[in-house]
Design a protein around this ligand. Structure first.
Ligand code: NAD
Length: 418
């Protein structure tokens, strides 16, 4: 039989659209609704001239795609990466719509990015770039319009420049962006939230499967915000982290890496490459090492038909957005690998961003324990719905997650009327 997945190329947009179509088929959505739910609401492409420290002028290209605002203001991170383009941002914006819907928080989906390698920029240049970007897209942002957050290569400092630039134009508006430092209205628990959620969902799935987490072997690709916090929380829960990798390379030790030392090393050296007491591996090799749990926590489309049959993990927990192509997904599912899908697995970040936004609107501050408990509640509820539907319909977790998410947005779209 013709397999629709086999016609696809490694394209993040195809990745998210394929999963959408599968859910739309299951829900019996008509063509008009499919068009409404896949077309982005608004796409911005801006050119940002920046005076570099050496006096020269360079023009960068930035994007902001607002995929959906049907269930609430658009929400999604901002990425700085040399390979960022409109297609990638479109795909990531759509994934945000399905993610916020799945965890049932009152947002739509958006994503932004600038094609830049921030490692080549000074702090001053990055600040001017960020402010220039916000001056160009600021009219389309706002607490009830579109709220950015951190993503790859952006952090609380970048969010502060966004907050400051937006507030300079519109008056003090902390709720215009999330992932801010706690000193400026950020939420306790936000920085660690995505990784904490990843670890929590792995633990929840393993309980369901009757697999012990203590002693389970973990491999992680990407040791930034998501990967490093997920690693830390899993190690604290008793898992054995055997391999980690970042853009510069990876390290492997079958007996288990010293995670505390690894975190310190990463902080001091801005990479885990060269960490002593471990064998060097490549950034890609980490995906196929012998382990129980694999966490892709870097870029999209890293698990493909070329390497999916070499994955030795029993669980793949998607910390990154869109890391698995549909073809790879099918191979993993066929091989009995449990795939925890991105729109569920990494939703802890946007969930705590929602808490940050709500705290800012009310000028209230929550205790960290309260933040974590509320996040766990939301993730546990979403997990239960997904796992129950998957069991009842005998479908993979990803198909169940997209079906629930797409159904919720379709209902909202119908109610609002187009
Ligand atoms: P980050 O910039 O903090 O870290 C990215 C990490 O990936 C770094 O260690 C980098 O060296 C590594 N990396 C980059 N290219 C790589 C490659 N080719 N091979 C191996 N490693 C590579 O970014 P982050 O915020 O941790 O985001 C990681 C992923 O998680 C992205 O897909 C992002 O969209 C997703 N995500 C992030 C959040 C969040 O709250 N930050 C929330 C949900 C999803």
């Amino acid at each position: 039989m013709d397999n629709p997945a086999s016609r696809l190329i490694e394209d993040p947009r195809e990745n998210v659209d394929y999963n959408f179509r599968r859910a739309a088929d299951r829900l019996g959505l008509d063509d008009e609704m499919r068009t409404l739910l896949t077309m982005p609401f608004r796409e911005l492409r801006v050119e940002i001239p920046v005076r570099l420290d050496d006096g020269s002028l360079r023009v960068f290209v930035g994007y902001r795609v607002q995929h959906s605002g049907v269930r609430g203001p658009s929400k999604g991170g901002i990425r700085y990466h040399p390979a960022t383009d409109l297609n990638e941002i479109r795909a990531l914006a759509a994934a945000m719509t399905w993610k916020t819907s799945l965890v049932n928080i009152p947002f739509g989906g958006a994503k932004g990015g600038i094609a830049v390698d921030p490692a080549q920029m000074t702090t001053g240049e990055l600040q001017r770039l960020t402010r220039g970007y916000i001056r160009r897209i600021g009219l389309f942002l706002g607490p009830f319009r579109d709220i950015p957050a951190p993503d790859m290569n952006t952090n609380a400092q970048v969010m502060t420049w966004i907050f400051d630039e937006y507030s300079a134009q519109h008056g003090y508006t902390p709720a215009c962006v999330t992932g801010k430092p706690v000193e400026l209205g950020g939420s306790l628990g936000r920085e660690a939230a995505t990784g904490r959620g990843v670890a929590f969902l792995i633990e929840t799935l393993m309980k369901d499967l009757g697999m012990p987490l203590v002693g389970a072997r973990v491999a992680v690709q990407g040791f930034g915000n998501v990967g490093s916090f997920a690693t830390r929380f899993l190690a604290e829960a008793g898992a054995k982290v055997v391999a980690v990798a970042d853009v510069k390379g990876g390290v492997l030790n079958e007996r288990g890496l010293d995670v505390k030392a690894l975190l310190n090393y990463a902080r001091d050296n801005r990479t885990i490459s060269g960490f002593p007491g471990a064998r060097e591996i490549s950034s890609e090799e980490v995906l196929t090492v012998d382990c129980d749990i694999l966490i892709p926590a870097a870029l999209q489309c890293v698990l493909t038909k070329k390497n999916a049959d070499k994955v030795r993990a029993r669980i793949v927990a998607e910390g990154a957005n869109l890391p698995t192509t549909p073809e790879a997904d099918e191979i993993l599912v066929r091989r009995g690998v449990h795939v925890l899908p991105d729109i569920l697995t990494n939703a802890g970040g946007v969930t705590v961003s929602y808490f940050e936004w709500a705290q800012n609107l009310q000028q209230m501050f929550w205790e960290e324990d309260h933040v974590n408990a509320e996040m766990h509640k939301i993730l546990a509820r979403a997990y239960r719905q997904v796992a129950d539907m998957a069991a009842k319909e005998k479908i993979p977790l990803r198909e169940a997650a997209y079906t629930i998410a797409v159904d919720r947005v379709a209902r909202a779209e119908r109610l609002r009327g187009t």
